[in-house]
Design a protein. Structure first.
Length: 322
C-alpha cells in the first residue's frame, strides 16, 4: 500500500483525540475476487420486496435493507459493500469509516483464541475478525472486550473480509512530534492506546497523536494490545518519541505517615526535625500524633526513597527534595 501525500493527511487529525479520529486513506491495488467488498460502490436497483432493495453491478447482486431512504427500481444507489454473517452480499448506506485502505479505531467485541478477536466497525449484521496472525504470540497480551485497535479492511481470495491492524509505518505517518523542550513535557500525564506490545516495552499512540514508549522497567505489568493506559512523561527519546512511565512518582509511593513527616520537614526553615529512631516514644506521639513504630516505618520509607538524611540528633530533608 502506498501512503497518500502527507499534505493530504493533515486535515484528518482531530484534536479531540483518538476516540474521534477520522479515517484516513491509503491507495492500494486489490487482488481479490470481488474487489468491491469493503469499499463504497454505486449499483443499480433492479428489484425490491417488502424489506429490501436489490442492487446490481457487474452481475453481482447486493441486498440493501429498506430504512428511512426510499429508492426506485432503475435508480443508482451508493453504499458500502460487504458480506454478512450468513454469507449474503450486502449494501448499506450507513458508511463505516473503516474500509479497504481506510483506517480508524474499532472496539473489540469478542475474543476467540482459535481465530482472533472480533471488532465492531458499525455494520448492522457483521463483526470483523482480526486474525490471530496479527496478534501477540502470548494470548495474555491479546486485546480484551472494549479495547481498541486501529484497523483497515482486507479481503482474501475467498471474499472473506478481515480487519488488519495498522503497522509501525502507518503510526509514524499519522504521529505529531512533540514541540518544545523536554523539561516542559516531563511529569505530564497522558492517555493513549497500546498499538504494539513487545517484551522490551510497549508502544503507545497518545490522545494527542504523539508516539510514546513504555520501557519494561517503567511498568508493573505488561499492558495488552489495544489497552488504554495513563502514563507520566519522563523524557523524550529518539525519533521524537515520548518516554512514559506507568509507575507513580516516588512521593506518591511513600506512605501517608511518611508524606506527613516530609511535609513537616519542608515547612521547617532549616528542613530539620530533632527526631530519629532513638527518640522517646512519647515525644514522637506528641509531635507527630503517631506511635514510635509508625514513625520508624515512615522514616524507613523516606530513607529508602532517599528523601531524608538521618543525622545523630534528627532527620534532615535532602537538598534535592526541598
Amino acid at each position: 500500500m502506498e501512503l497518500q501525500q502527507l499534505s493530504k493527511l493533515k486535515f484528518l487529525r482531530n484534536k479531540k483525540g483518538w476516540e474521534s479520529l477520522p479515517a484516513f486513506s491509503f491507495n492500494e491495488r486489490g487482488d481479490t475476487v470481488n474487489e468491491r467488498l469493503g469499499t463504497i460502490i454505486s449499483a443499480l436497483i433492479i428489484d425490491e420486496n417488502e424489506n429490501n432493495y436489490f442492487a446490481q453491478i457487474d452481475g453481482i447482486t447486493y441486498r440493501l435493507m429498506k430504512t428511512t431512504q426510499n429508492h426506485q427500481i432503475g435508480e443508482m444507489v451508493q453504499g458500502f459493500a460487504y458480506v454478512n454473517h450468513k454469507g449474503e452480499a450486502m449494501l448499506t448506506e450507513s458508511i463505516p469509516t473503516i474500509q479497504q485502505g481506510r483506517y480508524d479505531f474499532a472496539s473489540v467485541t469478542k475474543v476467540r483464541k482459535d481465530l482472533g478477536v472480533f471488532v465492531d466497525i458499525g455494520l448492522p449484521d457483521k463483526e470483523i475478525v482480526v486474525s490471530l496472525d496479527f496478534l501477540p504470540s502470548e494470548t495474555r497480551l491479546w486485546p480484551k472486550v472494549g479495547d481498541q485497535l486501529l484497523v483497515a479492511l482486507t479481503v482474501d481470495k475467498k471474499d472473506r473480509i478481515w480487519a488488519e491492524p495498522a503497522n509501525d509505518d502507518i503510526f509514524r505517518q499519522i504521529a505529531i512530534p512533540p514541540k518544545g523542550k523536554e523539561k516542559q513535557w516531563r511529569n505530564q500525564e497522558v492517555e493513549g492506546i497500546v498499538y504494539h506490545a513487545k517484551l522490551v516495552g510497549s508502544y503507545v499512540l497518545t490522545s494527542d497523536y504523539h508516539l510514546a514508549f513504555i520501557h519494561e522497567s517503567e511498568r508493573e505489568e505488561e499492558p495488552r494490545l489495544g489497552q488504554k493506559v495513563n502514563g507520566r512523561i519522563i523524557g523524550i527519546g529518539q525519533f521524537h518519541t515520548l518516554n512514559l512511565s506507568l509507575k507513580p512518582l516516588a512521593y506518591e509511593m511513600i506512605s501517608e505517615d511518611a508524606q506527613m513527616i516530609l511535609a513537616l520537614l519542608t515547612r521547617q526553615p532549616d528542613h530539620f526535625l530533632p527526631y530519629h529512631d532513638k527518640s522517646d516514644p512519647q515525644a514522637i506521639r506528641e509531635y507527630f500524633n503517631i506511635s514510635k513504630a509508625q514513625f520508624k516505618r515512615a522514616l524507613g520509607n523516606l530513607l529508602k526513597h532517599r528523601k531524608v538524611i538521618q543525622e545523630t540528633d534528627g532527620i534532615r530533608l535532602k537538598e534535592e527534595s526541598h
